[in-house]
Design a protein around this ligand. Structure first.
Ligand code: HEM
Length: 213
């Protein structure tokens, strides 16, 4: 047990925690995007997907708690690493320098992370913690996206999500060992492509919902 505490208290342990929790979120994003895209087959299919998910009952509740715990670990560790980086400002550039160089994604990680956190609070208030009696999830989401401000807000945040994922995925893969110089360009390109798919996939949804309601 002592080795576990020691590992996670170390710098590399914290990076590992960021990587593992981040990769779990990427897994969640893929499932969430696939689920949301069922709307392209019609409102009934989207509702059926949501109903199937909720019919899971206890296992769904467990997954939600795991997701929440992962979010808490990811955010607290990320903020701690950012704080430590700021405190070590004179050596900051030496600390940050890595094989991928500084990109817009890497330079904005803490800020895009905070935007996503704020978005999640609003998002769950919009679609999860709402009274769903006498309506359907399709109706709730379509109604929300009748407001152009909501459409714009969601679409802009999806650009932020894509930016965060573009660096996060590459960095996480590097942390867990995909850091061979030969494969680095492939891993970077794959992370970028994935981020673009996430950005366009999610970014398209508010516009689509607003049009088909
Ligand atoms: C335009 C994009 C998005 C749409 C239309 C959308 C839609 C939804 C809907 C309808 C729900 C409620 C599902 C239900 O209760 O049946 C939901 C839940 C959720 N969404 Fe999104 N979502 C979007 C983007 C995102 C993004 C980018 C994230 C993460 C960064 C995210 C994270 C979550 C989480 C954590 C839940 C709660 C899951 C649960 O309780 O099981 N969503 N979303």
């Amino acid at each position: 047990m002592n080795w576990l505490v020691k590992t996670f208290s170390s710098s590399i342990g914290k990076k590992l925690m960021m990587a593992v929790t981040g990769l779990c979120f990427i897994g969640f994003l893929m499932v969430h995007l696939a689920g949301n895209l069922t709307v392209t087959a019609g409102g009934e299919v989207f509702n059926a997907y949501a109903a199937k998910l909720h019919s899971l009952g206890a296992p769904l509740l467990v997954m939600e708690f795991v997701l929440l715990a992962l979010a808490v670990v990811h955010v607290i560790t990320g903020l701690y690493l950012f704080y430590r980086n700021v405190m070590a400002r004179p050596q900051r550039y030496a600390v940050n320098r890595n094989a991928g160089g500084r990109t817009l994604g890497s330079a904005t990680m803490p800020y895009t992370g905070v935007v996503i956190l704020a978005f999640l609070v609003i998002h769950l208030t919009n679609f999860t913690f709402v009274d769903k009696t006498g309506t359907t999830i399709f109706q709730i989401v379509s109604n929300a996206f009748q407001n152009p401000v909501t459409v714009l807000f969601y679409t802009l945040v999806m650009v932020v999500v894509a930016l965060h994922v573009s660096h996060g995925l590459w960095s996480a893969l590097q942390t867990i060992g995909a850091n061979h110089p030969k494969y680095m360009p492939v891993v970077m390109a794959a992370s970028l492509i994935f981020a673009v798919v996430v950005g366009i996939g999610f970014g398209f949804l508010p516009i689509y919902f607003s049009l088909i309601a």
